[in-house]
Design a protein around this ligand. Sequence first.
Ligand SMILES: NC(=O)c1ccc[n+]([C@@H]2O[C@H](COP(=O)([O-])OP(=O)(O)OC[C@H]3O[C@@H](n4cnc5c(N)ncnc54)[C@H](OP(=O)(O)O)[C@@H]3O)[C@@H](O)[C@H]2O)c1
Length: 333
Amino acid sequence: MKTTQFVLASRPYGMPTPENFRLEEVMTEDIKHDEVLLKSWYVSVDPYMRGRMNDTKSYIEAFQVGQPIKGNVVAKVIESKSDKIKAGDIVIGTLPWSEYSIENVERLKKIDSRNIPPHYYLSILGMPGLTAYIGMIDICKPIKGETVVVSGAAGAVGLVAGQIAKIKGAIVIGIAGSDEKCNMIKEKFGFDEAINYNTSRSIRKDLAKICPQGVNAYFDNVGGAVTEGVVANLNFRARIALCGQISQYNNTKLPEGNLIMSWLLTKSVTLQGFIVRSFPDRYEEALTNLARWLNEGRLNYTETIIHGFDKLPDAFLGLFSGKNKGKMLVEIE
Ligand SMILES: NC(=O)c1ccc[n+]([C@@H]2O[C@H](COP(=O)([O-])OP(=O)(O)OC[C@H]3O[C@@H](n4cnc5c(N)ncnc54)[C@H](OP(=O)(O)O)[C@@H]3O)[C@@H](O)[C@H]2O)c1
């Protein structure tokens, strides 16, 4: 059957543009034994995909020019040649940005969407929720009464990370890119304070004013100048969960030197970079607690759902200009 898919048209230099993607019409192959025909339903767009657009070696392989972009997708099973997954089931997997696709059932996971919205498996009960849990609980280790700062605080990961620190009794300060987002994280998600990094003249001074007691743990999603401002306020033996560096993903030059190293040394800071997929043994506990906190109403969530398959590149590019609140997803009708 015919389907449309997005392929990588060219590798970006700096900020990616719509021209780096190309829409193609292709024929799907016939379904073989143990395979299913899938219709994509919710497609996740994620900052890490920017790294895959470069031709560099990393913890995940690069996209190839002319080949489909791939990411996490929730899909409906249209036809099946497997006993394990049937037509009508809902599955999650790493799938192409394609309306229809064929996949071996061993690479798919069936999901239960009776009581859980299916898109939650791509957000709060999926990779971003797991990342927030592992980074906050295992690395930031918040203690009651301590002060925790989260950058990228209004996004898919940051929103959950900040709320987990609140559940653990910490004072939580979020850093985000607009007054609207800052108000949202305080009013709807219980953050104690927020700083708009786009209007702040000095993150370092603003943070020092808000928390003269200093910062005990920092969940870093963005890096760059925001992180320099936070690190200058860290207390002795503070912890940093180095989750993401989105402010640096479109750099065309390597930054010179590193302003934060001396601070890390003199404050005896523990910094741990982490990639969520390296912690599969932590998933069960994380998902159990995230689901429980959701049920108890202690954890809230929001998503930005864009409608239409053709909007995939725009949704992805929107991550770099802060178009999303919570998880950015594309729904394909
Ligand atoms: N380590 C892991 O395993 C892992 C897993 C998932 C995600 N991550 C990383 O975690 C971070 C957040 O991911 P996410 O999925 O939750 O994305 P997200 O926060 O939902 O979306 C990206 C957000 O980044 C902010 N941003 C964009 N450009 C920026 C810049 N130059 N400076 C500061 N902020 C900027 C924007 O919000 P504003 O409006 O606030 O600017 C945007 O909404 C990313 O760095 C991602 O790569 C790591």
